[in-house]
Design a protein around this ligand. Structure first.
Ligand SMILES: [Zn+2]
Ligand SMILES: [Zn+2]
Length: 348
């Protein structure tokens, strides 16, 4: 089968690899339809370590994926060959303290699809997952939308720490696919006063399209002053979705006392910092967000009910043969790309 392999920093090769086999009764063999390139895939592509952890080469990346069930293990009753599925990429053990506490996303022996050294990813024609990680896709949801349940789940998880209410105010700093998903999910929850920032003009536009009342560019103006001129008391919540120190600083300035800062972005540096005075005086609640915890099904429900229209994010598609160009487009944020995808098969 065709497999896209990261052989070294910034270098991908299309290789022929043996089709994986089901080895556990409760596993399913999946035929890949479309894979979205995530910020973390791009980090693995462009650097040889993330927050102190070395990237193990060769690696098969990709964890945002929709697929069709090709075969099921003898113990699988929930799925059958031909089913379209969205995939939760985190495989947890089910027995550790975290799993038993309802936190499988911080499982002590988590294996994450497409995380080098943990589990080969979905950038291949076939891959194997536990049936419990696969969610049937309703007929009204496309395979591209099903793939986007991964970033949307992260947005729903982030919002679970600050559910907000329609009268409250929030900002999303960094309007990439995760930030845009947070805006979409917040709008679906009835929150209207959403401010957004990004350095890329197409992403400012996308933020407005997703439902932000205002979007601005921190390189072209003082976004803190602009937002506070519209919300003089400050914001109830800020979702930092770019992993950049200056955005964390802006978040502290933007929040009102008692406000919540959700740190969703993945910094490339080993340390981030906060100004101790304002953080303490405003009694800001800082909440780290680690991927998501069991939100794929809810994401599918929101999409099938058309409460969220997320399809516009997947706006640049490539063939597996052009994986190198796909990753370079995503890494360079070229051509107004929001979510770059690689399609192994063309089905709706
Ligand atoms: Zn992702
Ligand atoms: Zn566990």
């Amino acid at each position: 089968m065709k497999t896209i392999v990261l052989t070294e920093v910034s270098k991908l090769e299309l290789r022929n690899a043996p089709k994986p086999a089901i080895t556990t009764d409760t596993d399913v063999l999946l035929r890949t339809i479309v894979v979205g390139l995530c910020g973390s895939d791009i980090h693995y592509f462009t650097t040889d370590s993330i927050a102190g952890e070395k990237v193990a080469h060769p690696a098969v990346l990709g964890h945002e994926v929709s697929a069709v069930v090709e075969a099921v293990g003898p113990g699988v009753t929930s799925l059958k060959p031909g089913d379209r599925v969205a995939v939760d990429p985190a495989v947890s053990c089910g027995t550790c303290d975290q799993c038993r506490a309802g936190r499988p996303h911080t499982c002590r022996s988590l294996l994450f699809l497409g995380s080098p050294g943990e589990k080969d990813g979905a950038l291949a024609e076939y891959f194997v997952m536990p049936a419990a990680n696969c969610y049937p896709v309703p007929e009204t949801v496309s395979m591209a939308e099903a793939m986007l349940t991964e970033p949307l789940s992260i947005a729903l998880h982030a919002l679970s720490f600050w559910p907000g209410s329609p009268g409250q105010t929030m900002a999303v700093l960094g309007a990439g696919p995760i930030g845009l998903s947070v805006i979409l999910a917040a709008r679906a929850a009835g929150i209207e006063k959403i401010y957004a920032t990004d350095r890329i003009v197409e992403r400012e536009d996308a933020a407005r399209l997703a439902g932000a009342v205002w979007a601005g560019n921190p390189d072209r103006g003082d976004v803190v002053r602009e937002i506070l001129s519209r919300q003089p008391l400050g914001l109830d919540a800020v979702f930092e979705c770019c992993g950049v120190q200056s955005a964390l600083d802006q978040a502290v300035d933007l929040l009102k006392p008692g406000g919540t800062l959700a740190v969703v972005g993945i910094p490339l540096v080993e340390r981030i910092s906060f100004p101790s005075g304002p953080l303490r005086r405003k009694e800001i609640r800082v909440q780290s967000v680690r991927r998501q915890n069991r939100y794929v099904k809810r994401a599918l429900l929101l999409l099938s009910a058309r409460l969220i229209e997320i399809g516009f994010l997947a706006n640049r598609d490539f063939r597996p043969e052009d994986a190198q160009a796909a990753f370079e487009t995503a890494a360079g944020r070229k051509d107004g790309a929001l979510k770059v995808t690689i399609s192994f098969q063309a089905i709706k």
